[in-house]
Design a protein around this ligand. Structure first.
Ligand SMILES: [Zn+2]
Length: 230
């Protein structure tokens, strides 16, 4: 595991060289964004303990295996922590793989796993979780969400963007790291969601796979242009 600090409130934990989770510092404890895989749970809890705060909330970005795989193990270790889930992807977490009539009927892609942990709270676009504002960013999955830290405009974008193998919108092929592309449900919606995140003028972009970018607007613009033309 590699631990990297970004600004005052963000710790990035990287497992296996390509799976990120984030600890967002709040006054009452950490909000953990994503959960990596089952075997990472104990290490995540230890990092928070060393940093001197409990994990009080668990907040996945979407229901793919490499983002919710550790959820049950973390819930066992942290039974008091709130489990907050984007409402649409909570259905996948519980094993309901149906698409709604008003959604594109494209095939769901990527790795999915059922977890027995029940979210204690479901969130929609615009909701607040501590200092974080929920920004729904469908495309990679139907219920993918990103989180804007309203204190410093850091965006934790899950797989709406990737920076591993080059900065890209979800759905654009990056040969050095094609996993995000091949796990993306709907490229057109992913592009719309990327524009939505760009319009928020983030000061920092933290993603599920790859390094954190400071002052990311130019890189996001290039990635959006690339996604729109390929
Ligand atoms: Zn994913």
């Amino acid at each position: 595991m590699k631990l990297t600090r970004h600004g005052n409130n963000l710790l990035q934990l990287t497992y296996y060289g390509f799976v990120n989770v984030y600890l967002v510092r709040e006054e009452d404890g950490f909000t953990l964004i994503d959960t990596a895989l089952e075997g990472c749970a104990r290490s995540i809890v230890q990092v928070a303990q060393k940093a001197g705060l409990p994990i009080t909330r668990i907040l996945p970005t979407h229901a793919h295996t490499d983002h919710i795989g550790g959820l049950d193990a973390l819930h066992d270790l942290l039974p008091e922590a709130e489990v907050v889930m984007p409402a649409r992807d909570a259905r996948f977490l519980a094993g309901d793989m149906s698409l709604d009539a008003n959604e594109p009927q494209d095939k769901l892609r990527g790795g999915w796993v059922i977890r027995k942990t029940h979210p204690t709270r479901l969130v929609q676009d615009g909701d607040r979780v501590g200092s974080l504002e929920v920004i729904t960013t469908p495309g990679h999955t139907p219920g993918h969400a990103s989180y804007l830290d309203t204190r410093d405009r850091t965006i934790i974008a899950g797989d709406a963007f990737q920076t591993q193998g080059g900065v890209a919108v979800s759905g654009t092929l990056k040969l050095l790291f094609p996993l995000v592309k091949f796990a993306t449900w709907h490229k057109g919606l992913a592009l719309e969601s990327a524009r939505k995140l760009r319009a928020l003028e983030p000061s920092r972009l933290a993603v599920g796979h790859g390094r954190v970018l400071n002052q990311p607007l130019a890189a996001m613009d290039r990635a959006i242009k690339d996604a729109a033309t390929h």
